[in-house]
Design a protein around this ligand. Sequence first.
Ligand code: ZN
Length: 693
Amino acid sequence: MKRILGVIFLLLNVYVSAQHQDKVDFIHAEIFIEPIPDEKRIIGTVIYEFQILADVDAVFLDARDLQFSKVLLDGKPIGYTNNGKTISIRNEFKNKKNYELNIQYSCEPKQTVYFLGWADFIEGNEQIWTQGQGKYTSHWLPSFDDMTEKVEFDLNINANNGHEVIANGILTNKNEDKKKTTWSFDMQKPMSSYLLAFVIGDYNKQELISDSGIPITNYFYPEDSLKVEPTYRYTKEIFDFLEKKIGVAYPWQNYKQVPVRDFLYAGMENTGTTIFSDQYVIDSTAFVDKNYVNVNAHELAHQWFGNLVTEKDGEHHWLHEGFATYYAYLAEREVFGDDHFYWKLYKTAQQLQEISERGEGQSLLDPKASSLTFYEKGAWALVILRELVGNGAFKTGIKNYLKKYEFKNVTVTNFINEMEFASSLNLSDFKKNWLESTSFPINVAIEELSQESTSIAVFLKLEAEMKSAQSEDIDYLKYWNQSNSIHLKTRMLEKYRSALPFEVQDKAFQSDTVPVRRSLLSQKGLNDILPKEQLVSLLSDRSYITKEMALFNLWQYYPEDRFTYLEMTKGIIGLPNKNIGMLWLILAILTENYKESDTQNYLEELNSYTGSEYSFEVRQNAFFYLKEAITFNEESLINLILATNHHAWQFKKFARNLVDELLEDPNYYLKIQKLAQELKDDDLRYIHTKLKN
Ligand SMILES: [Zn+2]
């Protein structure tokens, strides 16, 4: 999966799951489920086919808070025990015999399945989607929290007509009734339970086909047809590139990408069915500010590294995230060029060096390592490994590793053995320095970067000169002109803008690339640097971040022209989190005498963006501005209380902190106390711990 923030710890093994049963091999599962959206409930049946490998007297399945109505073994009722975590079936299971277990159940999953938009009155925003990794599929299906049990799962989903249903595998049948349709999907190969997924919602789709003939389906909300091209830009290029680069054919029948609202991460690589945050669904202006390319490539790379070969447990997590990050960087290099690739690596090398110097570096074999370690140090380890063994041996090693362990589980040692075999090298030093060690070998990384990238070499020279010379003696323009790299230029602006002579800043403004101009705006005190007319011209630059910053700076520094700037930017919404639209509203409210008859409407509009019909990124922005500048109305206070129990932890945390802050104000304390009386106990789980009675 791809985390949005880089500092969360992965706790893949916190659940004590039913131990891996090495005497039982689960082969196939036929699943029938019917979600009941109004009750956030699922009714299901699963039929498992399994083989016994040695006589045993019980089999287990993980089942979190599931209620069972019927359990049949080979068609006959059988006793079972359900402890709320697992279901166990006692029986004299005989070696080499095959059995069929039929389980009928229902559940109200507290996590793993998310129901959105069913309680409001907006038509078409209803969604149901799943997140298995870290959340456990056993909350909606008796299955296996352990990653080592791989099963061929076939899903049949019964949903209201009019919604699109998407799940792992190939759609083989749609059985339409008066009100409901059963969608049947077929998988041909086994996978771990955490990769099972489905999405129900209102979607249209774009169909592509890879050079190798794999169907690729890109889903989008019906109103987003103009965003399809920028959102999914380079999808086919990335797919074809990864298949060739990895050297092993894409392992599944088809590939689908589905955006959903309020997703927990940037994206999740469910087998053949990537689910990602709809905050990456963008128009062509936003592409330069925020795009899906990296997440697109990252989740696709997992289809081999994670889904085809799966870690035995969290100790081998490098084999998932390090590899997906590395191959995503290679794919980005293919579409954006070498310079992009090396500067990205340079940035992560610096982050890794920082934590390493603070003594907080981590080993790649530590199952509790941070995302920064697993993703970025993990990618670096592969950059260095490829350098060490050479291109040919690297590719052979990867190919052998994937073929030997396909549809199985792997350890880091399995991978290293394949690389040693392919390269005829002893990799114990590599293992020690890059995998076991907690520090980051920054010197090796920097040497690699300055050899491979001339623009990074120029920047490193500038940094060295800055250490030894007085700033005014440095010929910045010489460095600026030495390379066409936009990464060098943006980096110089971001780090040293105040030291750079006017000539360099002017060249930056005249530059024909948006990111260079955008980085001119990255620091405060802008009016000293950019003449007013230049700043005004940036209001129409092709970047929503540039527009937002230009508007804010102009409004701040030139109060006499506020009306003009507001008129110029009226109606621009910006990024999916409405960065410009929301800034505009708050500035319009704060601008004296500006459209006074509309001020109340603007205020209401801003408050309304805190509602659950908007994505949490929009809501968070609205709460932020309401807090910064003005008061909350009843509607937004209720929305805030509800947000303290939101399923996305980052938004929940934001809401809880904000509530804590408001409760310190006696006025708000009383208001919140009063509003709480109108809400259900379930919505007040957090507030109750804060209110004194
Ligand atoms: Zn990932």
